[in-house]
Design a protein around this ligand. Structure first.
Ligand code: MSP
Length: 655
């Protein structure tokens, strides 16, 4: 019988800098799902790759004095090295500079044009020169400036091709609200209200101001702009409109596209629209996860807060890192990275929980029976509950994995680990070992433990593929014993199984010492990362600072800056950029709206003291009253709120 196909994809990454632990999450998650599906007997296609065109790459290459292709070639090697290091078993790697992809994208663009969905027009609007981006009025920040860099924008025009989006609005709304496409589904309403209800805007799909892109085949002044090039990778990699591969019919539609929240909109709206326009069936699921944050901010190279996965992997092994990020991140939510949480998690779950279960069991089988269990058995009522927990594990993990809930699947497995450790406490095998008349009972207990480890380790193997084969070696399990078809059965290991004492699977880490070392290493890394950035990326302005005209002290006195404490904070409905904050300002309280929603979550601000302009004329932003303005530093990575020392009372004037 031929195997059922299963197709899963990561986003294709921008090779504009070296990958960090934030990039690892999606890839490790997809790899675990792919491995789980392979274990279940599916014919899996797991695709990842790199998105190599665009202005940023063109600029970075020019800075280095090399061609864009030479620039990306080097970084793509680091990505591939990392995936090898993290034991990522992808089936195909696409580079958008691959000839077959270029050929398909040109044909897709032409097809959309011929079908009347792409037309030539003029992009006019507010243009930010440093970011080379057009913005609509509704996208500008609260000061009418660029929402990315917060610098002033100017009106500009440029010839461009556009893709019509409105013909697909109704079908996309249904897709989001009435099907299981988007996971978690809770985000569907936000997408519909923010983008579809106000009227889907046509999408700019070509540019003439840079060259590093795929030329439009019938108008080579233009290059294909970002999303048609990038999103098409999911089908061109299967051979859609090219001769490089022939498995489009087998693997399409994709079972799961996994992405982080910042690119959800493109995958939830633009990608379905493109497929509808091409008459191609839609993917089955879009799984959206949050960001790995560091000190409350998205981990990103330009913030200098990147955590190097090579450094962590070297210290704890790639499985521990894989486990940590998978166990911390729930679909949809952000997950904050901290050395403490990581080390405590490795110690509690892997060293004490699972590792200890394996080493204790194997050591006892070795000590009391010379490694090989005898045939005599004596069962006890206490065995039944334990066995039923192990028998229930496979369906529980299957159910979570079916819904791409990796964190929950791991929680189920670790409940079984806890149950097995509890079984050791209940049966006290070290006491049985001292009593010659209890050998048959001891053999039964150790067999049950070994067989539970067989099931647990097999189910853990898609998530921690490097260590589990070592466990199988230690508990004497053969490759057949850990096959998926045998995980719903108890008593699979041979009656006279032989164990082999081996290395400690997850050594316990000395928390204090390790954190100290790690912090200094990561600090070094950050310093290095920062020193490698251009001054603009560091948040410094590349151009000489031009001061505004001089003012007198009286002019300055007109601006009343004061200290306040944020007591409540929530997102402004209908806006992806605005937060509405309630301030304790020492004057009875006030409400202020601030355009920092992309950079701060309400919980990052609640309870913190900030500096604000207290005598600014009230205004309405997105229909919400705002009485004042929160002060923030205008960095290249967006606004950084000026937090004030907690000891300063609210209402205090700042001069
Ligand atoms: N090239 C586009 C994707 C095109 S897909 C057709 C892109 N590339 S990216 O390299 O900037 O980001 C790739 C993915 O990594 C995105 O889903 C992004 O959100 C994710 N992450 C980057 N930093 C991250 C964290 N700190 N945490 C979790 N995911 C992060 O966008």
């Amino acid at each position: 019988m031929s195997k059922k196909p299963f197709y899963i994809t990561t986003p294709i990454y921008y090779p504009s800098g070296n990958p960090h632990i934030g990039h690892c999450y999606t890839t490790v998650a997809c790899d675990s799902i792919a491995r789980y599906k392979r274990m279940q007997g599916y014919d899996v296609m797991f695709l990842t790759g790199t998105d190599e065109h665009g202005l940023k790459i063109e600029q970075k290459a020019a800075e280095k004095g090399i061609t864009p292709k030479a620039y990306v070639d080097e970084i793509v090697e680091t990505f591939k090295k990392l995936w090898k290091y993290m034991n990522i078993d992808y089936d195909r790697y696409i580079r958008t500079t691959d000839d077959y992809h270029v050929e398909s994208v040109q044909k897709i663009f032409k097809e959309l044009y011929d079908r009347g969905y792409i037309y030539k027009g003029e992009y006019s609007g507010k243009y930010c020169t440093p970011c080379e981006s057009f913005w609509t009025d509704s996208q500008l920040d609260e000061n009418g400036c660029c929402p990315e860099c917060h610098r002033p924008v100017a009106f500009a025009k440029e010839e461009a091709y556009f893709m019509k989006m409105s013909p697909f609005a109704d079908r996309i709304e249904k897709l989001l609200l009435e099907t299981d496409y988007l996971r978690p589904k809770t985000r569907a309403t936000e997408l519909v209200n923010n983008f579809i209800k106000p009227g889907l805007e046509d999408l700019c799909v070509s540019r003439t101001t840079f060259k590093w892109g795929i030329p439009v085949s019938f108008d080579d002044k233009h290059v294909v702009y970002v999303w048609i090039d990038a999103l098409s990778n999911y089908i061109t990699a299967l051979g859609y409109l090219n001769g490089a591969y022939t498995d489009f019919d087998k693997f399409w539609p994709a079972d799961v596209h996994m992405v982080a929240k910042d690119i959800m909109r493109f995958h939830a709206i633009i990608w379905p629209a493109m497929l509808m326009a091409l008459d191609i069936p839609l993917p089955k699921h879009l799984a959206v996860h949050g960001w790995i944050t560091f000190n409350g901010e998205k981990m990103s190279k330009s913030l200098g807060n990147v955590v190097d996965p090579f450094v962590l992997g070297e210290r704890y092994g790639c499985d521990a890192i894989r486990y940590h990020i998978l166990r911390e991140m729930a679909l949809g939510a952000d997950s904050s990275f901290s050395n403490e949480i990581m080390i405590n998690r490795i110690n509690s779950d892997l060293a004490n929980g699972f590792g200890n279960l394996v080493s204790r069991t194997v050591a006892m089988a070795d000590k009391y029976f010379g490694g090989t269990l005898p045939s005599e058995r004596e069962t006890d009522a206490v065995d039944e509950d334990f066995k039923s927990v192990i028998l229930g594990l496979l369906p529980a993990v299957d159910a979570e994995m079916e819904e791409t809930k990796i964190k929950q699947a791991l929680e189920e497995i670790f409940k079984a680990v806890d149950r097995a450790n509890k079984y050791i406490d209940e049966t006290e095998p070290w006491k049985l070992g001292k009593d010659e008349t209890k050998k048959a009972r001891l053999a039964a207990v150790l067999y049950n433990l070994l067989d539970s480890i067989r099931v647990i380790s097999a189910l853990l193997s898609p998530f921690m593929p490097t260590v589990m084969p070592k466990v199988w070696e230690q508990i004497g399990a053969s490759a057949e014993d850990v096959e998926y078809g045998k995980l719903g059965t108890f008593g699979v290991l041979p009656e006279n199984v032989t164990v082999h004492k081996g290395e400690i699977l997850f050594p316990r880490i000395d928390v204090e010492k390790e954190i100290e070392e790690l912090n200094s290493l990561i600090q070094k890394n950050m310093d290095e990362a920062k020193s490698n950035l251009s001054s603009e990326e560091k948040g410094e302005t590349a151009e000489p600072i031009e001061l505004a005209p001089e003012i007198s002290i009286d002019d300055f006195a007109k601006v009343e800056l004061r200290v306040a404490k944020v007591t409540e904070c929530e997102k402004v409905k209908k806006s992806s950029k605005l937060l509405c904050l309630q301030l304790d300002d020492g004057m009875g309280g006030r409400q202020v709206v601030s355009g920092i929603a992309k950079y701060y979550k309400p919980e990052d601000l609640i309870g913190r003291k900030i500096q604000f302009v207290a005598n600014l004329k009230p205004c309405k932003l997105c229909g919400v009253d705002s009485n004042g303005m929160i002060c923030a530093a205008d960095t290249a990575d967006g606004p950084k709120v000026i937090f004030v020392d907690d000891s300063i009372p609210v209402g205090t004037k700042i001069r």
